[in-house]
Design a protein around this ligand. Sequence first.
Ligand SMILES: NC(=O)c1ccc[n+]([C@@H]2O[C@H](COP(=O)([O-])OP(=O)(O)OC[C@H]3O[C@@H](n4cnc5c(N)ncnc54)[C@H](OP(=O)(O)O)[C@@H]3O)[C@@H](O)[C@H]2O)c1
Length: 254
Amino acid sequence: MAGTSPFDLTGRTALVTGANTGIGQGIALALAEAGATVVAAGRSDMSETLALVAQVGGTGHALKVDLQEQGIAARVVAAATDLAGPLDILVNNAGIIRRADALDFSESDWDEVMNVNLKANFFLAQAFAKSAVEAGRGARIVNIASLLSFQGGIRVASYTASKSGLAGLTKLLACEWAARGINVNAIAPGYIESNNTEALRADPDRNSAILARIPAARWGKPSDIGGAAVFLASDAAAYMHGAIIPVDGGWLAR
Ligand SMILES: NC(=O)c1ccc[n+]([C@@H]2O[C@H](COP(=O)([O-])OP(=O)(O)OC[C@H]3O[C@@H](n4cnc5c(N)ncnc54)[C@H](OP(=O)(O)O)[C@@H]3O)[C@@H](O)[C@H]2O)c1
């Protein structure tokens, strides 16, 4: 039922994890504006996101889910399908970060980050792709990677490992599933104003060092990421497989 624009998502259904705030909320809103029905999944209240979706004339559903939970992925895909019908788009956005020097990094800060940023994303993609393959439906997966899918960073060992892993996983899944009509790609946001970067923005030295390196000379906003997500979810990206697109104000170009 897509309209004439190849970017139109009318009639499509999208599951977005971590959609209550930050980049996930920005993506949920952009997908809704493009016409998709959105299932906003996460562990916190989704009412702000659902209100924003309604404001642009979209349809949204909330799904309570804690991605630290073992074996959760198939249940999330089934519950989202019950709410909104067969899913066309999965945005693996939920993610956490823990900061400590590598010499002091704890096993729990390693495991918790890996569970949400890498393991949950893989098993959500698997459950989502299984339902699409069984139904003979094409589908789109958009993973939210990071600049630390390309760079090392400092004091974020598990985060860098998870996001570098997610870049590899994006390419592997793209290779396995491209011929089955499932496009798997990723967006690598630069430095975006959200809870994730609150500590960096609160540190005057880190804040000015980061700003000085961004060609666009400003932090990004969650809404800056929405356009790339709409593109990757749409027919316009039909031949995109395994790409990791930086949306970073020029950071990686520097
Ligand atoms: N901000 C940046 O500069 C930046 C740059 C590159 C990549 N990213 C990535 O972008 C994604 C979104 O981050 P953000 O910047 O928007 O930060 P954020 O505001 O902290 O959002 C993270 C989201 O993930 C959810 N989440 C965390 N743990 C979860 C769990 N166990 N179960 C379900 N949901 C969970 C959070 O829910 P709660 O609100 O309930 O905690 C929140 O909705 C992450 O993958 C992050 O790594 C961010």
